[in-house]
Design a binder for this molecule. Structure first.
Ligand code: AHM
Ligand code: MG
Length: 334
């Protein structure tokens, strides 16, 4: 019988591979894994305990906060605070950075950016949601860490991952040496290695974009969508359209099957909708580590300047050849 490898075992076994092999990053990842299990428990039983629906407050983006958004945010921040390896949390749910001011955390070396529950508009209808996280080393060497420590380019990430609360719950992460996926075994309460060394196919037959906004898309995106829909046996077109409306579910599917996910600029969202720090950078790091590609249509997402915490960016992400093709259409439309 094959030996089960838990997330905790895997993290420790692979810690020596990392330049910061002092155990702090391992503890940080382990803390995130524990909080994910707690959030998973609540997501699963949400319908039973009146956790569904909106909490009545709005977050910094003016969006209604779902009750589970708030719960998940609190759980991750609490886990990172008690773990003591993180000095600042930057969250989609908090307008400002959250300083973790315990005696230990003040001197901690890591910054965590997090979208505690992405795709939360899907909660009420029982569709997959997820958590996205991104880990940076603090750059400042004295005093308290500041917002500048958070506003680092995506290339500086030391780890990133996501949790998908789907038909099964998975945690997928990278520390820059490939991508590994762990499935939660509810009978033992552990994430177990189920998808070692994940690779996104170089091309695929799925495109994921909210086509309802078609009239508001830039010409390059419109032309690419038409390309996806044209019949051509040699490239297996027309492609299939799949759009959950939950970025993690869409990207996780495309990572396994091959595909492209696009959230471009639109008339209503002139900078795109998705956020650079805690959505696009971590997902781009993971997809690149799996052999894929992520750009804003022209430039690599991981090299974009980060000017503010809740900055948005258009994104083209997924199988390398598909993203390259979409970029051709964007360049042609200029
Ligand atoms: P959220 O962080 O408020 O949940 O919004 C992000 C989500 C993504 O998961 C998803 O890809 C996108 O919003 C869907 O947006 P739209 O409904 O405009 O297509
Ligand atoms: Mg989000």
């Amino acid at each position: 019988m094959a030996q089960i490898k838990t997330l905790g075992q895997f993290i420790i076994e692979n810690q020596a591979d990392h330049p910061y092999a002092k155990g702090e990053l391992s503890r940080l990842l382990r803390d995130i894994g524990i909080a994910a299990k707690i959030v998973n428990r609540e997501v699963n039983k949400a319908g039973l305990v009146d956790m569904l629906g909106q909490a009545g407050s709005t977050n910094i983006q003016g969006e209604n906060q779902q009750k589970l958004d708030i719960y998940a945010n609190e759980q991750f921040i609490a886990a990172l605070k008690s773990g003591g390896e993180c000095c600042i949390v930057a969250s989609e749910e908090n307008e400002e950075i959250v300083m973790l001011d315990t005696d230990v955390s003040l001197h901690a070396k890591y910054i965590v950016a997090i979208d505690p529950l992405d795709g939360s508009s899907n909660i009420d209808v029982n569709v997959s949601v997820g958590t996205i996280f991104s880990i940076y080393r603090r750059q400042s060497t004295s005093g308290r860490a500041t917002l500048d420590d958070v506003l680092q380019k995506g290339v500086n990430q030391v780890a990133a991952g996501y949790v998908i609360y789907g038909t099964s719950t998975m945690l997928v992460y990278t520390t820059g040496k490939g991508v590994n996926g762990f499935t939660l075994d509810p009978s033992i309460g552990e994430f177990c290695l189920s998808h070692p060394n994940m690779q996104i196919p170089k091309t695929g037959i799925i495109y994921s974009i909210n086509e309802g906004y078609y009239v508001h898309f830039p010409q390059g995106v419109k032309s690419y969508i038409k390309y996806c829909q044209v019949e051509d046996d040699s490239t297996h077109r027309p492609y299939s359209s799949r759009y959950v409306g939950s970025m993690i579910a869409d990207l996780h599917r495309n990572m396994i099957k091959g595909g492209i996910f696009i959230y471009p600029v639109t008339a209503a969202a002139p900078d795109g909708k998705l956020r650079l720090v805690y959505e696009c950078n971590p997902m781009s790091f993971i997809i690149e580590q799996a052999g894929g590609r992520a750009t804003n249509g022209k430039k690599r997402i991981l090299e974009l300047d980060v000017r503010s915490l809740h900055q948005r960016t258009p994104i083209f992400i997924g199988s390398e050849q598909m993203v390259l093709k979409a970029e051709e259409f964007m360049a042609d439309a200029d």
